[in-house]
Design a protein around this ligand. Structure first.
Ligand code: 4AD
Ligand code: MG
Length: 441
């Protein structure tokens, strides 16, 4: 193959020219003396046209009857076609089949419907299908956008450890790991460590995997997920809410700008995303409780929510379905939140925290707070929560040596991807999801 190698995504630059693409056969339609193979190469798909009388016989024979997902290198001339999904078709002139998928053992994922368990068992192959590939490209875009957002605003990326001696978000969801003669745990959040780097560098963020031994089998929970966490010295709760809404609207805009075709492939209702602009509504926990109680009175919620509890999945779904934009719920009762949150000086039973719920019933995508400033109060909380004091000595030091008001938040990448792509379940937002009952492949 002598023509220049290109990708399907870039093929428009070569209109009227001969090019080589390297990929796989996605599908094949045959109608007598005409073959219509659809090729994919990871960047997109394109339909080829192979008329029997216009190509050498060995080229026609190689494509005729070719099995789905056989690997191929194809040469052909790029032709603009308004009816084609990507705008172009390929008049095939040559083909080389690298590996032919055997007829008696075809690619397990056909174009018909499959059950979720079957697809998850074959996740290593499922990710080749156009919709899954579009989701993974959108995930990569969201990650890139989040990093650009913080990099461009003077935040320094600081990577916290994955192996940690203690809990950040409560002891019930820790994954233990043998660490020589000590007990270690996989990190639940980088927060405590980036509080330290924020005291060194002012504005920092981390991006990495986090782990929770969540027994919850919901469409929102993974045991391994990726979080982007900013942490800012001298930030107040108001500052954090401003930062959250700017980040989210930035991510949505970037996806609309760069991944619109993928969102269409995924089947996302794009008009819903176009409504996402700042400012977002801000309501207090008290107001949210009122909305839930009204929802119960209207028969939309089964149980009556009592002030003081944490929102469950149905509560979050209900609340987030009441708004067209993400809603920020602030000042939850301290009792239902983590040990490190600063109490509200006006009502110390509340924490200066915020959860951001995505619309359309997606629920929490961001959780954050102002951090406790007082050494004495923090020590008291650590004791009350039964946390090992020795492991938190360094964390207490941050309040001993130049303590300042500060805060940050964490955004779960998979939750953000699920909402932006409009997916039913987080298992499709990450190449290989880890959940309560899944460790394979
Ligand atoms: O609300 P969370 O537990 O907050 C923290 O971990 C803080 N330490 C973050 C911080 O202030 N730096 O988790 C933050 C976000 C949630 O809003 C959600 O998007 C995501 O992480 N998340 C999960 N995503 C998938 N599966 C799970 N099991 C998740 N648990 C939390
Ligand atoms: Mg939370």
């Amino acid at each position: 193959m002598s023509s220049p190698v290109t990708t399907i995504a870039e093929i428009g630059k070569h209109e009227g020219q001969s090019v080589t693409i390297r990929g796989w056969l996605y599908n094949l339609r045959e109608s007598g003396k005409l073959l219509f193979p659809i090729f994919r190469d990871g960047s997109g798909t394109i339909q080829g046209v192979v008329p029997k009388n216009a190509v050498p016989p060995e080229v026609f024979d190689a494509i005729k009857g070719l099995t789905q997902e056989s690997s191929v290198i194809v040469e052909g001339k790029v032709r603009a076609d308004k009816r084609a999904p990507g705008g172009y078709e390929l008049d095939v002139s040559n083909v080389q089949v690298l590996q032919r998928v055997p007829e008696d053992e075809p690619f397990p994922i056909s174009l018909k419907e499959h059950g979720v368990d079957f697809l998850m068992d074959n996740r290593h192959l499922w990710i080749r299908t156009p919709r899954q590939a579009a989701i993974l490209r959108t995930r990569a875009e969201i990650i890139k956008a989040a990093r650009d957002f913080f990099d461009d605003r003077g935040f320094v990326l600081t990577d916290p450890p994955i192996l940690t001696p203690a809990a950040c978000e409560g002891t019930t969801t820790l994954f233990p790991v043998d660490y020589f003669d000590e007990q270690a745990y996989l990190t639940q959040s980088g927060q405590l460590y980036i509080e330290a780097t924020a005291m060194a560098l002012g504005k920092v963020y981390s991006f990495g995997p986090t782990f929770r031994a969540e027994k919850s089998k919901t469409r929102r929970h993974l045991t391994e997920f990726w979080m982007v966490e900013p942490e800012v010295a001298y930030a107040t709760l108001e500052d954090l809410m401003d930062l959250s809404e700017s980040l989210i609207s930035f991510l949505v805009k970037r996806c609309l700008e760069k991944r619109r075709a993928d969102l269409v492939t995924i089947g996302r209702d794009i008009s819903k995303l176009e409504k996402i602009s700042t400012p977002f509504p801000r309501i207090s926990y008290d107001e949210a409780v009122k909305m839930l109680q009204e929802g119960h009175a209207k028969g939309a919620l089964e149980t009556k929510f009592e002030w003081g509890g944490d929102f469950g999945s149905p509560d979050e779904t209900y609340l987030s379905a009441q708004f067209e934009k993400p809603v920020m719920i602030h000042r939850y009762p301290a009792k239902v939140k983590a040990f490190y949150m600063e109490p509200d000086p006006q009502r110390p039973e509340l924490a200066l925290c915020v959860d951001v719920l995505a619309p359309e019933g997606y629920g929490e995508i961001i959780g954050g707070s102002q951090r406790m400033a007082s050494y004495e109060l923090l020590l008291k909380r650590i004791r009350e929560h039964g946390l090992p004091e020795e492991s938190f000595k360094w964390y207490l030091d941050l309040r001993k040596y130049g303590g300042v008001p500060h805060g940050g938040f964490g955004m779960g990448i998979e939750r953000a991807v699920a909402w932006i792509c409009g997916l039913e379940h987080v298992r499709e937002t990450i190449p290989f999801a880890r959940t309560l009952h899944r460790l394979y492949p």
